[in-house]
Design a protein around this ligand. Structure first.
Ligand SMILES: O=C1O[C@H](COP(=O)(O)O)[C@@H](O)[C@H](O)[C@H]1O
Length: 259
C-alpha cells in the first residue's frame, strides 16, 4: 500500500532539523518498545547531516537504546573508506561516533578501495539486506521503520537521478550508478522498490534551492523525471520542509508553517 504524502513545514532549516530529530527519536523509542529493536535508513546530504547533528545535541537521544538499532544507508558515494565525501564518514562525524551503537548492526555501503567494483559492491549490499530480511518482510529487504531521503535540487533522492537507469530498476534492491550528474559520478543506491519497503519514508527538503524540486515532485510528476515523486512508504510518506523549500508549492498543498 502506498501512502499519500503528508507535509510539515517548519520556519527554517535549523528548526526543521531539530523537529525531525525529535520525531526520529520518538519513532525509534516506540519501535524498540514494541519489537525490541528499530531499523533506520540514513541519507547523506546537507539536510540528513543537519538532522544527525541536531540529534547528537538533543538530551532526549539517551532515550534510545543504541545497541538495538539497525542502521542502513540509502546511498553512498563510491569513494575510499574514510573519504570526507562519503555519506558514512559524514554520518560518523555528525552522530555515530558519539553513541554506543552495536557495530554488528551498522551497515555502511561498501567503499571503492574494497575488493569489488561498484556493481559487484551493490550486489553485496543487496545480499546483506536479504540476509537481514525475515519471512515477515515478504521481500528481499527488511521492513525499515524509517527511511530518510534528502531531496536534491534536481529532485534526486538517494542516488536515483532523473532519467538514469537506476531510477527505472524494478527487480534489484541495490544498484551501482554510473555517470551521476552530481559528483562523484560513481555511486551505490537503493532502488525505488527497496525504498518502498519501508514503513515510513521521510523526505527532507530545506532551503530555497529545493523549492522547485519539492513543487515538481509533489505536483504529479513521473518518477523517472522526478525520482522524489516515486519515493513513498508502506504506511506513511512524510515531507519535512522549511518555509523556503515550501515556497513554490501549489497553494492547495501548502500547510501552515510551524512557528
Ligand atoms: O549526493 C547526495 O545528495 C542528496 C541530497 O543532498 P543535499 O546536500 O542537496 O541535501 C542526498 O540525499 C544523497 O544521500 C547524497 O548522496
Amino acid at each position: 500500500m502506498s501512502a499519500a504524502p503528508q507535509l510539515v513545514v517548519h520556519r527554517d532549516k535549523e528548526l526543521m532539523a531539530q523537529a525531525a530529530a525529535a520525531r526520529l527519536i520518538t519513532k525509534i523509542v516506540d519501535a524498540q518498545a514494541a519489537r525490541g529493536y528499530a531499523s533506520v535508513v540514513l541519507t547523506g546530504g546537507r539536510n540528513g547531516n543537519g538532522l544527525l547533528t541536531a540529534l547528537s545535541s538533543s538530551p532526549a537521544k539517551d532515550a534510545i537504546d543504541w545497541s538495538r538499532l539497525d542502521l542502513w544507508w540509502g546511498d553512498e558515494r563510491f569513494l575510499p573508506d574514510g573519504d570526507p565525501e562519503r555519506n558514512y564518514t559524514q554520518a560518523k562525524e555528525a552522530l555515530l561516533d558519539s553513541v554506543p551503537l552495536n557495530p554488528a548492526r551498522v551497515h555502511p555501503m561498501p567503499a571503492s578501495d574494497g575488493a569489488y567494483e561498484v556493481d559487484a559492491a551493490a550486489g553485496m549490499y543487496a545480499a546483506e539486506l536479504t540476509a537481514a530480511a525475515g519471512p515477515e518482510d515478504h521481500g528481499p529487504v527488511p521492513t525499515f521503520d524509517v527511511l530518510m531521503l534528502g531531496v536534491g535540487p534536481d529532485t534526486h533522492v538517494a542516488s536515483l537521478f532523473p532519467e538514469l537507469p537506476a531510477v527505472r530498476e524494478t527487480e534489484r534492491s541495490v544498484v551501482g550508478v554510473h555517470g551521476a550528474p552530481k559528483p562523484p559520478p560513481i555511486r551505490i543506491t537503493l532502488t525505488l522498490p527497496a525504498i518502498r519497503a519501508a514503513r515510513e519514508v521521510w523526505l527532507l527538503a530545506a532551503g530555497e534551492d529545493k523549492a522547485n524540486a519539492a513543487a515538481i515532485a509533489l505536483s504529479g510528476a513521473g518518477e523517472v523525471q522526478a525520482p522524489a515523486a516515486g519515493a513513498y512508504g508502506r504506511s506513511r510518506t512524510l515531507w519535512l520542509l522549511d518555509a523556503a523549500a515550501a515556497s513554490q508549492l501549489p497553494r492547495d498543498l501548502y500547510p501552515p508553517a510551524s512557528p
